[in-house]
Design a protein around this ligand. Structure first.
Ligand code: NAP
Ligand code: GCO
Length: 262
């Protein structure tokens, strides 16, 4: 393989992708496996983990699956210790697990707001904090936080999600600032509107949001999880060793586009 392409290899690396039984996390994990990494993932319950293990196996991927609620610091620390014992120290962390609650802010309970922030912002802090010590010891590490269009823009009904993803952008920049000297790179990947279960309610035939997104996207289509594979491998590989604190938007151009004149 060419010297440059070899920089994208993840051979010999151990990756933890949170919430990766399906959806974006699953796609990122399969891309990492294809690039040579060993895949560890967690999800919220055994049923999802088993579903994920089956899906990975169907693709010929030997993955290590664990039940862990990423908002529970004690359980996260146990998860990282278990992986380090059973598989090895984590080289690549992808903070992917996330939830969204689409509720008009004035109707949203503080509890619901906190739940979204807990999973989408507090948990990436908890999991990154758990893996950084061994990355410092090893002298290298990659942390990729799955941000969002809502790290940059707002819209109706997603106040908690936007606040969390905006915070996740700044957490990404701060981890990059604080740990860059240990050869740890922390970047974000910012998917646009991607076809996954999370956006399924927005894509039902005839839903106005469906045509709205297509009109706002220069690529004139919803993204697929496959669109995220190459960019996420780049951020996890040696090819991005001097990229730090960057949010790589994979959005078909939405953030660049004011919209077509009516
Ligand atoms: P998804 O289909 O809802 O998958 C999220 C995964 O995270 C699910 O497996 C979910 O389990 C798991 N999870 C939720 N809370 C958890 C917790 N406390 N502990 C452990 N796992 C937990 O979402 P997705 O569309 O693949 O999105 C993945 C990430 O990309 C999220 O951070 C999302 O905000 C972000 N994102 C998505 C889009 C998009 O258009 N889809 C765009 C930009 C960013 P459950 O099934 O039990 O919920
Ligand atoms: C929404 C969508 C978005 C996407 C994604 C966009 O309701 O606006 O769910 O938030 O999930 O985050 O990047």
């Amino acid at each position: 393989m060419s010297k440059v392409l070899n920089k994208f290899s993840l051979e010999g690396k151990i990756a933890l992708i949170t919430g990766a039984s399906y959806g974006i996390g699953f796609a990122i994990a399969t891309a990492y496996a294809d690039a040579g990494a060993t895949i560890c993932f967690n999800d919220i319950n055994q049923e999802l983990v088993d579903r994920g293990l089956k899906s990975y196996e169907e693709l010929g991927i030997k993955a290590y699956g664990y039940v862990c609620d990423v908002t529970d610091e004690e359980k996260v620390n146990e998860l990282v210790a278990k992986i380090e014992k059973e598989v090895g120290a984590i080289d690549i962390l992808v903070n992917n697990a996330g939830i969204i609650k689409r509720i008009p802010m004035h109707e949203m309970s503080a509890e619901d707001f906190r739940k979204v922030v807990d999973v989408d912002l507090n948990a990436p802090f908890i999991v990154a904090k758990a893996v950084i010590p061994s990355m410092i010891k090893k002298g290298h590490g990659k942390i990729i936080n799955v941000c969002s269009m809502m790290s940059e823009l707002g819209r109706e009904t997603v106040s908690a999600y936007a606040a969390a993803k905006g915070g996740l952008k700044m957490l990404t920049k701060n981890i990059a600032s604080e740990y860059g000297e240990y050869n740890i790179q922390c970047n974000g990947i910012g998917p646009g509107y991607i076809e996954t279960p999370q956006t399924a309610p927005l894509r039902v035939p005839g839903h106005p949001f469906n045509s709205f997104i297509i009109s706002k996207t220069p690529a004139a289509r919803w993204g697929t999880t496959e669109d995220l594979m190459g960019p996420s491998v780049f951020l996890a590989s040696d090819a991005s060793d001097f990229v730090n604190g960057h949010i790589l938007y994979v959005d078909g151009g939405i953030l660049a586009y004011i919209g077509k004149q009516p």
